[in-house]
Design a protein. Structure first.
Length: 388
């Protein structure tokens, strides 16, 4: 285990009915706020009316930015920055999934920056300050509700890039599992794949002596596996939705489950190149890429993959070599993703070979990626080819 520091400032307000605290929590941070939301789900579910009512009861003046896209776009972020600057916004409230929260974070940083907010995503500048934000999470997936990351798409240039800063951690996040009952089946699936993928990025590590971290990871994976099918059978399953929501937050909240470990993140890097060009849901891309990444890299540390097979999937080690066990665990992952309804090939999205080279090139634009196995352009290209 390596040395580490950990500080996570986000206040989590978790549970049924906690949405009723939105007015009070928001008013604590600002009287003039920007309410950021997506393409309309919060209006059809009634959440919008509920939030507006609470805010008005707390005497908060609300400006709005609606229409944040899944895979949120820079052009929309810039609209939000304009509103913040012209309206004297003190606080940003994001109500939605990861895309809405990520857009809110980019707006929060951009509003207090003199240059182009995209500078933060190309590495040209680092985030030194940001407006405070709060979130109401409506989809269990990214962990954005308790971390300092944001991922934005530059649609015209077909680029999707992330930025991170301690200034981007939300001040509070309301996690009311009931708000996720209306998440469509496919996004419930993609969200769970994303949660599991966040764990994989941390669990498949070369760092030695990390038994507690490994068990944190395994417990989240098992909890997602146990709860996703009940949530698909009955979208209003309170326990399943609550467990998935908490798994999502714990899987990527500033690295709590993998403190002292070197993380990988290559599969995320590759997926971001796919969704940058084809605008597919992030979790859907991961369901295709991750099992192929596993097959490509597992020999770097067969013992960790064998442990994954036995501890997470309960595969019997008797009569199997470590290598066979590792491959059985990877197969179980692929089968599970398929069983819950995720796509298994890029062809399922109509994606062919045309842009593979560009995606591989962009994935390693700044440097080789990954740490479990360092991937150069040719490695990325091979994983993409395996995913066709
Ligand atoms: O736009 P609306 O109408 O709200 O509909 C959304 C959207 O169409 C819908 N939805 C959300 N909550 C709902 C709901 N529909 C009905 N009822 C509800 N309660 O679901 C669709 C997908 O939403 P989105 O926010 O795009 O999904 P997700 O939370 O998976 O976020 C994906 C984005 O986050 C980035 C991804 O790359 C992608 O851009 N990521 C952010 C990370 C972070 N900040 O730490 C890490 C991740 O690895 C990831 O890269
Ligand atoms: Zn992810």
């Amino acid at each position: 285990m390596n040395n580490f520091q950990f500080h996570n400032p986000t206040r989590i307000v978790f549970g049924e009915g906690t949405i009723s605290r939105i007015g009070e929590l928001t008013a604590h941070y600002g009287k003039s706020i920007l309410l950021v939301y997506g393409g309309g789900s919060i209006k059809s579910t009634g959440l919008y009316d509920l939030v507006r009512k609470q805010l008005s009861a707390s005497n908060v003046t609300v400006h709005e930015l609606a229409g944040i896209e899944p895979n949120p776009r820079l052009t929309t972020v810039n609209k939000g920055i304009d509103i913040c600057r012209t309206q004297g916004i003190e606080f940003i409230l994001a109500v939605g999934g990861g895309s809405v929260i990520d857009a809110a974070k980019a707006i929060a940083a951009g509003a207090l920056y003199d240059g182009d907010v995209w500078d933060f995503f190309t590495g040209k500048a680092s985030i030194k300050q940001a407006l405070p934000i709060g979130t109401v999470l409506t989809l269990a997936a990214t962990g954005s509700e308790m971390n300092g990351n944001t991922v934005i798409s530059h649609w015209e240039e077909k680029l999707k890039r992330g930025a991170g800063s301690s200034h981007l951690f939300p001040t509070f996040s309301i996690l009311d599992p009931e708000l996720t009952y209306t998440v469509p089946r496919n996004h419930t699936v993609y969200g769970s794949v994303d949660i599991m993928s966040h764990v994989f990025e941390q669990y498949f590590s070369l760092t030695e002596n990390t038994p507690l971290q490994e068990r944190f990871c395994e417990s989240i994976l098992q909890t997602v596996i146990e709860n996703i099918e009940p949530a698909l059978v009955n979208p209003n399953d309170k326990a399943a939705r609550a467990n998935l929501m908490w798994c999502g937050t714990m899987a990527l909240n500033g690295g709590q489950i993998s403190l002292g470990m070197v993380n990988d993140w290559a599969s995320h890097g590759i997926e971001h190149e796919v969704s940058a060009i084809y605008d597919i849901p992030h979790g859907a891309g991961l369901a295709v890429i991750f099992p192929n990444w596993m097959k490509y890299v597992y020999k770097e540390r067969v013992d960790r993959f064998a442990q994954y097979a036995t501890r997470v999937w309960g595969i019997d080690a008797a009569g199997k070599t470590e290598d066979e066990l590792a491959l059985a665990g990877i197969e179980a992952t692929r089968d599970f993703f398929t069983r819950i309804g995720a796509e298994s090939t890029l062809a399922d999205f109509g994606i062919g070979e045309e842009q593979l080279d560009r995606m591989a090139e962009e994935a390693v634009r700044y440097s080789a990626i990954g740490s479990f196995k360092t991937l150069e352009k040719n490695d990325v290209l091979e994983i993409l080819r395996m995913s066709l």
